[in-house]
Design a protein around this ligand. Structure first.
Ligand code: ADP
Length: 265
């Protein structure tokens, strides 16, 4: 009976099934590999600040007659390593929740200009500290169906990066536009820029460019991954154009009306 069945299915179909199966196995292997890479990256990123804390506490513990100033200095360093651990863990939690869609999008009509101006207001002290000029440009009212909290975080990451990776005295501009279907937000800076070969990698989790890897910018390498994921969840897209030493432009596009999975609301 089995022979008959095989005959009915035919050799070509069996070969096709075999190919499909191989393809599936390849995909599973790739998923498993990226999962392992992610876990090893997470461990590495968490271990670095932990090792610093360990070195700092041990040097205080085993040294006799430590002057008060030294205590203070070491505790400040320990404190900033603890802050760093905190940032990494909270970014990781955000990403994991986005991945699992644990919290569904809370879609509402949002005034994009108001949302952006609120973000810029919050980032003004950071820009002032670096003497960076914040420029905002928008020509019309734009209302879009988005999750305001998640989108605010996504846009904050872009503007914060623009400030972080621009030397003192530079400029950061946010331009908002729309047509009948889509909204367009671009974040431009006159900063250090991103090398061509690295531009496609900056949205990866924990990826930091050669130029910034050893800098004390306090980044986690997760910000752009969160932004990317959020934009995709809003059925949008994000692109980067950049030239080293000149600056970068991040362009986000997303539909004004939210497209619900599986059809209309
Ligand atoms: P981080 O927390 O390190 O800023 P992100 O995921 O936000 O991580 O960004 C990833 C990397 O992309 C950064 O470490 C930096 O190397 C690069 N990058 C992001 N935005 C900019 C920018 N505006 N100018 C130059 N480099 C940038």
């Amino acid at each position: 009976q089995l022979d008959q069945k095989v005959n009915v299915i035919g050799k070509d179909e069996i070969a096709e099934l075999g190919n499909a199966f191989n393809h599936m196995t390849d995909q599973l292997q790739r998923v498993e590999q990226s999962r392992q890479e992610f876990v090893s990256n997470v461990s590495h990123e968490l271990k670095t600040p932990l090792s610093s804390i360990k070195v700092l506490t041990e040097s205080l513990m085993f040294q006799e007659d430590v002057p008060v100033e030294m205590y203070k200095e070491f505790f400040e360093d320990i404190n900033s390593e603890v802050d760093r651990l905190n940032n990494i863990i909270s970014d990781l939690l955000t990403l994991v929740r986005l991945d699992q869609r644990e919290i569904p999008l809370n879609i509402a009509n949002v005034d994009i200009n108001e949302m952006t101006q609120n973000i810029l207001k919050r980032l003004t002290p950071l820009a002032k500290k670096k003497e960076i000029k914040l420029i905002y440009e928008s020509h019309k009212d734009i209302i879009a169906e988005i999750d305001e909290v998640k989108f605010t975080l996504a846009l904050t990451n872009l503007i914060e990066n623009a400030i972080k990776y621009t030397p003192s005295g530079g400029e950061v501009g946010v331009v908002i536009q729309s047509d009948l279907q889509d909204a367009f937000i671009s974040v431009q800076d006159t900063g250090i820029g991103i090398a061509k070969e690295e531009q496609s990698r900056i949205f990866e989790r924990f990826y930091r460019t050669d130029k910034t890897r050893n800098r004390e910018t306090g980044g986690t390498g997760l910000g752009l991954a969160i932004t990317y994921k959020t934009v995709i969840m809003h059925n949008g897209s994000i692109q980067v154009e950049s030239e080293e030493g000149k600056g970068s432009v991040f362009s986000v596009q997303f539909p004004l009306r939210h497209v619900w999975e599986g059809g209309t609301k």
